[in-house]
Ligand binder design. Sequence first.
Ligand SMILES: [Zn+2]
Length: 404
Amino acid sequence: MIRLVLALTVLGVPGNLTEHPVPTSIVVATTRGQLEVPVSTEMGHPALAVPQLSQLLPVTSEVSGDWVTIAFAQQPFRFLLGAAAFVYQGRVVPLVGGAYVSRDTVFVPLQWLTEYIPRMFSEGYRYDPHAGRFEESRLTPVVTQPRLNYRAPAPGSAAAREGFRMLHKVVVDAGHGGRKPGNLGKYLPRNVHEKHITLAIARRLEDELEKRGVSVVMTRTADVDVGLAERASMCRDECDVFVSIHVNSLDPRTGYENVAGFETYFLDDARTAEAARVAAMENEDLRYEGDVALDEDDPLSFIYKDLHSNEYLRQSAELADVVQGSGAAVHPGRDRGVSQARFAVLKAARRPAILVETGYATNRGDARFLSSATGQQKLAEAIADGVVKYLKRYEAKVMAGVEP
Ligand SMILES: [Zn+2]
């Protein structure tokens, strides 16, 4: 990788920055305020001091040896110091000049901030080269209407026996499928991949939910490929919640085979590197999906960043919490808790949505549990119990006339 970066430095592929005169400073404008940031040209190309950008923007930097990792909204961009390029998600992107350290301060090329960041976070940022103004957009959060069209269960029906006062519908999503195997399943039986385990658990979850009087729509019932956006779009008006089933894995070369356990995610900015890693892995399927209107450079658009205050997010968090509690209780691995990450499959859902990582295929104990009928059944029952518990809490709030 180093050799490649250096080769690009020599080639010196210029960006279109040269079309505009280099400003002596730029204005960073956000909803939290605005700031004038001086442009340094001490190394021959325009650059900005990271500590100044960090005052208003989600930028951090960490120097390690010859490299500096500059993160924007938790997305890491790796710069080889002095090389006119950066590496993002394994791709080398050439620049007119690189990142450098001067007077104990990390400087990042102006071009990275003004050309690349607006391309990557197209909904979130834009740069006006004439005004020398880098602006954060004010975003319209997705507003999810609560379901209002409930009907009461028929007397004697499964829903009535379960104690439901309304009829509910859940979309169950068996992760991956068809030409998208998901993780290949290091310790799963031979020729069994994540997609097979997710379907087995999802089918049992369908049965368990129906036994409890909840109607279920499956995103797939066979080993077929369904687009991520299409899966989530199945949970709209008549749907109460969206549950996506997955199996986690770690790179076997990293020696993390002792990592095991059950974890539930709901959609948000990835809060930790681990959450971002899992989201990046589960979003891999997008690479195969030519039909999805997502910019290749923009796998993690900023559309959802204002959802913190959204009711929908709070409901997703509550759903994640109860499912995590019941799932972890039957799991042989660790209770890995609830996390937030930007899963593409959750983005199109307009109802509370969660993604369950049922265990690690790279751990022998988890893999044995996940590939056994007993393990799959325990997980399906536990997830169904969690969903039912959430739906009953939701009903109680609706019945009390409180916004759920
Ligand atoms: Zn998966």
